[in-house]
Design a protein around this ligand. Structure first.
Ligand code: ZN
Ligand code: ZN
Length: 149
């Protein structure tokens, strides 16, 4: 999954679950270790831990909704902290997750060429603007996390 696809997903979830527009940026951040995602108070952007893709789309959707609760409440001037009543209420209403699953370091990022479907397994996140398929020079997309060592 690319950052652009994540952006589109977050925008779609904001519309369907909150009936409100998400007008900032969402992108993957591999440096997130203990959390599934992060809402940045300073610039209103949302970061998602790419390791969470290994737990499936449902888990990631729950994390996105959680971060969107911070986002919409903060912008509306309401209680956006975990302990706030506004936050707890909205999180329950949209079905956001309360905790992210613990991220394992044993896994590898699974990329696939969007042209020839060649698989690539990398220890770290790859800049897909820079690194392309070595066979056909096609664009790589993040599939998820593989158990492979
Ligand atoms: Zn939170
Ligand atoms: Zn290829």
């Amino acid at each position: 999954m690319t950052d652009e696809e994540l952006q589109a997903w977050v925008q779609a979830l904001s519309q369907t679950a909150f009936s409100m527009e998400f007008s900032h940026r969402a992108y993957f951040n591999a440096r997130l270790r203990t959390t599934g995602g992060r809402y940045r108070l300073a610039d209103h952007n949302i970061e998602i831990n790419p390791k969470m893709l290994g737990y499936g789309k449902e888990v990631v959707a729950g994390i996105i909704k959680h971060e969107l609760c911070h986002y919409h409440l903060h912008l509306a001037g309401l209680g956006y902290h975990h302990k706030d009543r506004d936050f707890k209420r909205l999180l329950a209403k949209v079905g956001g997750s309360r905790y992210a699953p613990a991220a394992s370091k044993q896994r590898k990022y699974h990329y696939q060429c969007t042209n020839c479907q060649q698989d690539y397994f990398r220890q770290r996140l790859v800049n897909t603007d820079k690194y392309v398929c070595s066979k056909c020079h096609g664009r790589l997309a993040l599939v998820g996390l593989a158990q492979k060592n």
